[in-house]
Write a protein that binds this ligand. Structure first.
Ligand SMILES: CC(C)(COP(=O)(O)OP(=O)(O)OC[C@H]1O[C@@H](n2cnc3c(N)ncnc32)[C@H](O)[C@@H]1OP(=O)(O)O)[C@@H](O)C(=O)NCCC(=O)NCCS
Length: 174
């Protein structure tokens, strides 16, 4: 019998309609699965539950293909700054511009919410993510030393100025 992931991949080959929507509590088992696949310091389910129920600054989005969650992203919107908390795509679905789609949509959401810039931290060795961020207009603006507790790796701090609502995107179609 095929596993859930195999079945989803098979049906996804015949029809590809990415759907982006806000994350809800029912999504958490899938999110935790992806979180463990994507990060060496994964957030717990409780951490996500708190984000969805207690943190009024938090905004989370999932990306589905044929009803199967293949990625997600989150941010905190504080004053006029959006802080990306996490972004991940299932390993089997990487390299198909889905991470880019997620981040572009997060940037659009931030703009809709009145944010004027976006920031994030990324491991200095995470070239794939850094390339994605640079492609969408982020640039490096400093380092947080030994930010990641598993290996004391530094974090590169990146920022992006967001275009005002209604202006054409900067680098989004790149
Ligand atoms: C980072 C991540 C979300 C990218 O998602 P993805 O769907 O595979 O990326 P995309 O296919 O949308 O790629 C968009 C751009 O990102 C960059 N990129 C993505 N994968 C890359 C790789 N393996 N090597 C180099 N650059 C890469 C490229 O600039 C790419 O644009 P291009 O295809 O025109 O060259 C994904 O690799 C992931 O989930 N990684 C684990 C979690 C993680 O590290 N998150 C970031 C934490 S800060």
């Amino acid at each position: 019998m095929k596993g859930r992931a195999d079945m989803a991949m098979l049906s996804e080959q015949s029809e590809e309609h990415p759907v982006l929507r806000q994350m809800n509590m029912d999504d958490l088992p899938a999110i935790i699965e992806i979180e463990h696949e994507a990060f060496t310091l994964p957030w717990t389910e409780e951490a996500f539950r708190n984000e969805l129920t207690m943190n009024h600054f938090a905004r989370y989005m999932v990306l589905e293909l044929n009803g199967y969650i293949v990625g997600y992203a989150g941010m905190w919107t504080i004053m006029d700054e959006a802080h990306v908390t996490n972004i991940a795509v299932r390993e089997a679905y990487r390299g198909r511009k889905l991470g880019q789609l997620l981040l572009v949509r997060m940037m659009e959401w931030a703009i809709e919410l009145g944010m004027i810039r976006m920031t994030l931290e990324v491991r200095v060795t995470n070239e794939a993510a850094q390339n994605l961020y640079r492609k969408l207009g982020f640039s490096g603006a400093g380092v947080r030393k030994a930010y990641y507790s598993d290996n004391n790796e530094d974090a590169l701090i990146m920022w992006c100025e967001l275009p005002a609502d209604g202006e054409s995107g900067n680098g989004k179609e790149a």
